[in-house]
Design a protein around this ligand. Structure first.
Ligand SMILES: C[S@@+](CC[C@H](N)C(=O)[O-])C[C@H]1O[C@@H](n2cnc3c(N)ncnc32)[C@H](O)[C@@H]1O
Ligand code: SF4
Length: 500
């Protein structure tokens, strides 16, 4: 058998960055807390702006090219509500949400959501669904009778809900009681994703949640009793968390039989309580977080879990009853959103987002030259309601991708999986990845953070822990350009206003 030698990582005249730029960036940023991108890919919503044309025009263009291409659609449905906590937003959360104020608010929201589903009928009705995800907020705040109704909205829009795709619902442990789990199962869901964060009853208190370890056990038991694939989110780097606390949480989760685990590093940002000086002083150091990443990895591997992204772990082999737990489709479809076969691009995975704060990702990987967009619905319930009452799409802002952005979005997603298939990259984008970013690969190779095979760059050792930083590095030149374009536009507006 012929063996193919891995290519050498070497300097290229086509490199986007100089060696000094790369080493200065890494020296500076590796000393800072990593900021994992649990929310969005390239570019951050910070750079999005009001759409320049009515969303109906974008939707019509998309419907036109979607008719001629095989598009796979991942449906996301947003929920605004969360139980009120003190500190607000569980102390750490960076997702948009609104305090739950009783069932009447929920009923009003569901009526608007139904209306939004209907508005999309001319544009999305022909699509084929690949996966469905109800996220939030806290979608298990709904009452048992609501789940069938929600699935009815999907059924009406798409003319049926396929029974062979992954259909997930997110929520918090204390609200997954047996009545709800039964209703969730009967409505057609087959996977539950639970935000646990901490299993230690003392540490979870920092979030203001009234959540106990026993409630997590009960919720998992209910999921497994009704044959729902279970996934839980844990966070490491939490205030006052020790290495032993972290390992104990992982052990409990593994022993409780979870099918999938998300192990996020705490992202300390914005105006969250955990970003306050008092809480920052309680956080494990960056060195400890790095060590936590390593120890968690060793432990989960020793328990037969396979790492799928920097944060995601799946149990192997998947149990017979829960083959679906092994698929984890909604998230993974986005990690390689251009499906292709030896360079022959077959289809693009898109996201259709409906509801509060939902994101639509309409990137055309089949032809990156055509219009590609990402945009987001309003993240304030008042604004969302106002728009819906005016019978307008409740879109807040978005970003128009140029072909370079499509590449960066793909690279960003690929890096989440800790590897980049450079053969795929060349086939999809017609460009040599090893040349374009050669100074980055050389620097991280020197640090022992990367390995090459005959078709992949694999991030290893601290290279995995630093993926958020490396994603920012790869996109940094383009972000500089976006920032300067934005400044220029603002200056032009000022000039026009002065002249006017
Ligand atoms: C949409 S959120 C939460 C869904 C659900 N309401 C819950 O609390 O479980 C999904 C996940 O993002 C993660 N997350 C949110 N903010 C985070 C932060 N600042 N750092 C790390 N992970 C975060 C949490 O693990 C959370 O479970
Ligand atoms: S962590 Fe979950 S429950 Fe808490 S504020 Fe965020 S979305 Fe809501």
């Amino acid at each position: 058998m012929r063996t193919i030698e891995p290519p050498q990582i070497e300097a290229s005249a086509e490199a986007d960055f100089t060696a000094t730029e790369v080493s200065e960036f890494i020296n500076r940023e590796s000393e800072r807390r990593q900021s994992n991108k649990v929310l969005h890919g390239h570019p951050s919503p910070m750079y999005w702006k009001p759409l320049p044309e009515p969303v109906e025009t974008l939707l019509e263009k998309r419907a036109d090219y979607a008719r001629d291409n095989d598009f796979a659609v991942n449906l996301y449905v947003g929920t605004p509500f969360c139980l009120k906590t003190k500190p607000a937003r569980c102390g750490f959360c960076l997702f948009p949400s609104e305090d739950y104020r009783g069932n009447s608010g929920v009923e009003s929201y569901l009526a608007l959501l139904e209306q939004e589903f209907e508005m999309y009928k001319p544009y999305y009705g022909q699509d084929k669904l690949s996966s469905i995800y109800f996220g939030g907020g806290t979608p298990n705040l709904y009452r048992p009778e609501h789940y069938g109704r929600l699935m009815g909205f999907v059924d009406k829009l798409y003319g049926g809900v396929p029974d062979d795709i992954e259909i997930s619902l997110e929520g918090i442990p204390q609200l997954f009681n047996e009545d709800k789990i039964r209703a969730i199962k009967e409505a057609g869901f087959n996977r539950v994703s639970m935000g646990v964060q901490q299993l230690n009853d003392n540490l979870i208190k920092y979030s203001g949640r009234k959540q106990t370890r026993q409630q997590v056990y009960n919720a998992l038991e209910n999921c497994h009793k009704y044959d729902l694939a279970s996934s839980i989110d844990l966070i490491y780097g939490w205030p006052e968390q020790t290495m032993d606390d972290m390992l104990e949480d992982l052990r409990i989760a593994v022993d409780a039989g979870v099918h999938h685990l998300t192990h996020y590093e705490l992202n300390v940002a914005g105006r969250s309580d955990f970003a306050s000086k008092a809480k920052r002083d309680l956080l494990p150091t960056i060195q400890t977080n790095k060590e936590m990443y390593r120890r968690a990895k060793d432990y989960l591997q020793s328990q037969g879990f396979e790492q799928v992204t920097v944060y995601d772990w799946k149990r192997t082999p998947a149990s017979e009853a829960n083959q679906r737990a092994d698929r984890y489709d909604y998230e993974h479809n986005m990690h390689d959103f251009v499906d292709h076969d030896h360079g022959d691009i077959k289809r693009t995975q898109q996201v259709c987002g409906i509801g509060f704060a939902a994101v639509n990702f309409h990137v055309n990987g089949v032809d990156p030259q055509t219009d590609s967009w990402i945009y987001m619905n309003h993240t304030s319930l008042a604004r969302y309601t106002e728009k819906m009452e005016q019978k307008q799409f409740p879109v807040d802002r978005g970003f128009h991708y140029n072909p370079h952005d499509v590449k960066l979005a793909w690279l960003f997603q690929s890096m989440q999986t800790m590897k980049i298939d450079f053969v795929d990259y060349r086939q999809i984008f017609n460009e040599n990845l090893l040349d374009s970013y050669s100074s980055i690969w050389m620097e991280i190779d020197k640090r022992g953070w990367i390995k090459t095979t005959d078709r992949e760059l694999q991030f290893v050792d601290d290279g995995q822990y630093y993926i958020p930083m490396l994603q920012s590095l790869v996109a940094s030149k383009r972000l500089e350009q976006i920032r300067s374009e934005r400044k220029q536009t603002l200056q032009n507006i000022e000039v026009v206003t002065e002249v006017g």
